[in-house]
Design a protein around this ligand. Structure first.
Ligand SMILES: Nc1nc2c(ncn2[C@@H]2O[C@H](COP(=O)(O)OP(=O)(O)OP(=O)(O)O)[C@@H](O)[C@H]2O)c(=O)[nH]1
Ligand SMILES: [Mg+2]
Length: 500
């Protein structure tokens, strides 16, 4: 069954927790901290696959989950990363993140920042109104998989927390702090398949679209002498002058299609991404001009197609006298004096080469234009800040650059430094008048908060320390926060000062 839309729930893996552990070795009475890091949570990755043609599977399996990372353990043993979930989708699948509030969309901006190395991630931050009546909803295109084998990270797994081996400093020889792993990204996504083709066939039912496709290409669509023979799109490849042209045949349109009449205009999405529309008109129509106008009206209501280059062809013209053809041609020209009209017969193989050549030229022209549009891929900043105020290597700041392995010596463990200036503007404090809570937002501080184990007082104190260094504490006090005021960051709540 051909299914071209689906809704899925995505849940990427949680990062594993870092461990609190101390070396226990014979003859070493006070072993240093050796708690390993938690493993990264698995991400959900979509991969375009040429042998997958439908989104049907998602109707049966709408919940996609990637594996959690394992917790770290003693002897600086890092937890295993959760496995990524690779999901095959048809080429032309667009993935939209659906959010019901502005807040979600904001989160997405940071979510969209990056991709795994080597994984393409095309993003377009164009909110699309979806017309749902109740809650305001926004859809944002987060990935568009247009090539066989192309991958995109759709939901990123959470980072693992650092083990206590990271938290040793000159003033803190026996840290009992470890971070908890971050939750993986979780959200609802809508998938839409938009076939990718060079030419889209449009026209009234019975115009001869599928017959044309079957004659010029390798496709074998169903053909019959009644309207709406085609109920799902067909793709075929035609070759002209050594160039392959991919043609998409869709169900016929009728007047009112944009309001859902006939099969509606939902299928127009499959010609949405074609370089040129081939508008086929049955020469035996009472009035080819009327037929032309009917389809044009429907196309004009589908905003993306209005200005698409168009070629018109009168079909079934074999054995007809020139007068009737001329009359129909003029009727079309009365509707659009610039219409490019070809006279063809699929069954008698007449006029097809000329038509294909004209299509090829139009495609080439439009690809020249579209090459100016550059799609953007972005890279995610590595997580690099921590609270260490006293870097151990003579004041030079270093950032976390490699995974802790069980074989590295104490001195190999990167000390993680915070440069408050770099993140100065990334937080905001707002008092919620109703609850009296102070809500702190900001990409970095939220990241720290998500990794804080609220059950471990030392971890929470570390978060308080970071807040102090970032100037958040001062701002909280300015805004009237008391020692026992509740501070909320990334959904985690704690008091401004310990022991309250
Ligand atoms: N004489 C003649 N008949 C044709 C030609 N092309 C198509 N037909 C006939 O027209 C009828 C409709 O053809 P289809 O190709 O199924 O038309 P369609 O536009 O795909 O129709 P829908 O899928 O219903 O929208 C069939 O009976 C075809 O045999 C042609 O070149 N000459
Ligand atoms: Mg058809």
């Amino acid at each position: 069954m051909f299914v071209d839309t689906a809704k899925v729930e995505l849940k990427a893996g949680k990062g594993g927790d870092g461990a609190v552990s101390f070396r226990h070795e014979i003859y070493i009475p006070k072993g240093g901290p050796d708690g390993g890091d938690g493993g990264k949570g698995g991400s959900i990755i979509f991969k375009a696959d040429k042998d997958t043609n439908t989104l049907l599977d998602f109707r049966y399996n709408p919940i996609l989950t990637a594996e959690d990372g394992k917790n770290g353990s003693g002897q600086r043993s890092a937890g295993r990363s959760g496995k990524d979930l690779i999901v095959e989708v048809p080429i032309g699948t667009c993935v939209y993140k659906v959010s019901s509030s502005k807040n979600d969309v904001k989160q997405l901006d940071s979510f969209e920042e990056g991709s795994e190395p080597g994984k393409a991630r095309i993003s377009a931050k164009t909110p699309v109104a979806t017309g749902v009546l109740d809650a305001p909803r926004e859809r944002i295109l987060i990935a568009d998989l247009i090539e066989d084998g192309q991958e995109a990270v759709i939901a990123k797994g959470g980072d693992g927390g650092f083990g206590n081996a990271h938290f040793k400093s000159s003033t803190r020889q026996a840290p009992i702090i470890a971070e908890v792993g971050e939750p993986g990204e979780a959200f609802t996504a809508e998938l839409e398949l938009k076939l990718l083709a060079d030419v889209g066939l449009v026209g009234l039912p019975n115009a001869g679209k599928s017959t044309f496709l079957s004659v010029v290409s390798n496709a074998k669509p169903e053909i019959a002498d009644y309207p709406f023979t085609t109920i799902t799109p067909n793709l075929g490849v035609a070759t002209i002058d050594d160039k392959d042209i991919l043609i998409a045949d869709i169900p016929g349109l009728i007047e009112g299609a944009s309001e859902g009449k006939g099969l509606g205009h939902a299928f127009l999405r499959h010609v949405d991404r074609t370089a040129v529309l081939l508008h086929l008109i049955d020469v035996y129509n009472d009035d080819a001009g009327e037929a032309y106008k009917t389809i044009r009206n429907e196309l004009d209501k589908y905003s993306d197609l209005k200005d698409r280059p168009e070629i018109v062809a009168l079909t079934k013209c074999e054995g007809l006298d020139g007068e009737l053809i001329e009359m129909q041609k003029n009727a079309i020209l009365r509707e659009n004096k610039d219409a490019k009209i070809f006279i063809i017969s699929s069954s008698a193989h007449q006029g097809l080469q000329e038509l294909l050549r004209a299509l090829k030229e139009t495609i080439e022209l439009s690809s020249l234009k579209s090459s100016e549009v550059v799609s953007e891929t972005m890279s995610r900043e590595p997580y690099e800040a921590s609270e260490e105020s006293e870097p151990r290597d003579g004041g030079r700041e270093r950032t976390r650059s490699k995974k802790l392995s069980s074989s590295v010596s104490d001195t190999d463990i990167p000390t993680i430094s915070l440069n408050p200036k770099a993140y100065k503007d990334t937080w905001q404090v707002k008092k919620d008048e109703e609850s009296g809570k102070f809500i702190v937002t900001g990409e970095k501080i939220e990241k720290f908060a998500r990794r804080t184990d609220l059950n471990n007082y030392a971890s929470v104190n570390r978060l308080r320390d970071i807040m102090k260094k970032l100037g958040i504490r001062a701002e909280l006090t300015t805004q009237g926060a008391e020692p026992d005021s509740i501070i909320e960051i990334a959904g985690k709540e704690f008091t401004l000062v310990e022991d309250y």
